[in-house]
Design a protein around this ligand. Structure first.
Ligand code: SAM
Length: 274
């Protein structure tokens, strides 16, 4: 008998109605499915009815179980099972070297990390995942809502985001302590600027403080005041009130002024060799 391991975030989805809803929400495409954490394989089984699947599972005991359960599908090449920590396979930008959609009931302890990796993966086109309800809310929040954070800005920067439905703890075995939610991010572009992520960390460092204050700590008061004035932004704006577009505008201005300062410094520095 397989006993769920807490350290791997194992809560197995046992509710057929929820499995049906995930399958119905799957993106319509010819792309392969990547599943992270197939567990006992109930979602995998349903996915294989529609698409070829590459599944990444960290737990050796579950891998042995999956190899037995899906011996035929593995033999025919419809299922590829990769045993190990998915985050270690993601060292370069792409998890696999062909286009794919991610469909998974994620282990909650690494769910945010996995979604962020997928947002930046050029081969990942759609992300349909179950995660903790509060985390799904953060990714799907709109500017002005209290939950709007750097996660919402990042998700909206790549495409359309929707929290599809809530799943109660009783749908799992063992039951988690919190509600879950299914999140869909339909990517239209990639997140390919690590500097933008660093910028958002500064912007949301103290989420309830003024945005101008947070940014002044990282980039200097005068520079930020002048950018706010140029863009016609109120000094009292809080981080959760600014739109994704405003964040991109501020970041673009910052890059311009920092690059400009660097060029000026290069001109004024005497050439040590001359
Ligand atoms: N998909 C199954 C289901 O819906 O019942 C299991 C979901 S369970 C919430 C999360 C699964 O992710 C577990 O099978 C766990 O062993 C696996 N897992 C946890 N951390 C992982 C990691 N870093 N890489 C790959 N799989 C991981």
């Amino acid at each position: 008998m397989i006993v769920a391991k807490k350290r791997f975030g194992q809560n197995f989805l046992k509710d057929r109605a929820v499995l049906d809803r995930i399958i119905q929400s799957m993106p319509k495409s010819d792309r392969k499915i990547v599943e992270i954490g197939p567990g006992l394989g109930d979602l995998t089984q349903r996915l294989l009815e529609h698409k070829d699947v590459i599944a990444f599972e960290i737990d050796r005991d579950l891998c042995a179980h999956l190899r037995r359960r899906f011996a035929q599908e593995i033999e025919s090449g419809r299922l590829e099972l990769v045993c190990g920590d998915v985050l270690e396979q993601w060292h370069s930008g792409s998890l696999i070297d062909e286009p794919y959609d991610l469909v998974a009931n994620l282990p909650y302890y690494v769910a945010t990390n996995i979604v962020l990796k997928a947002l930046g993966d050029p081969n990942c086109h759609n992300i349909l995942v179950m995660l903790q309800k509060e985390v799904a809310q953060k990714f799907a929040a709109h500017p002005g809502e209290r939950e709007f954070s750097s996660l919402g800005v990042l998700a909206q920067s790549v495409g359309k985001v929707a929290k599809l439905f809530i799943v109660k703890p009783t749908s799992f075995h063992p039951a988690p302590k919190v509600d879950s939610a299914v999140l869909l991010i339909a990517k239209e572009r990639n997140l390919d600027d690590p500097a933008f992520m660093d910028f958002l960390k500064v912007a949301f460092a103290q989420p309830r403080k003024r945005l101008m204050k947070n940014l002044a700590v990282g980039y200097g008061k005068e520079r930020i005041q002048s950018i706010f004035a140029d863009l016609g932004l109120q000094e009292t704006l809080r981080p959760h009130e600014a739109t994704t577009s405003i964040y991109h505008q501020i970041h673009a201005r910052l890059k311009e002024t920092i690059d400009g300062d660097q060029r000026e410094q290069e001109h004024s520095d005497p050439d040590p060799k001359s």
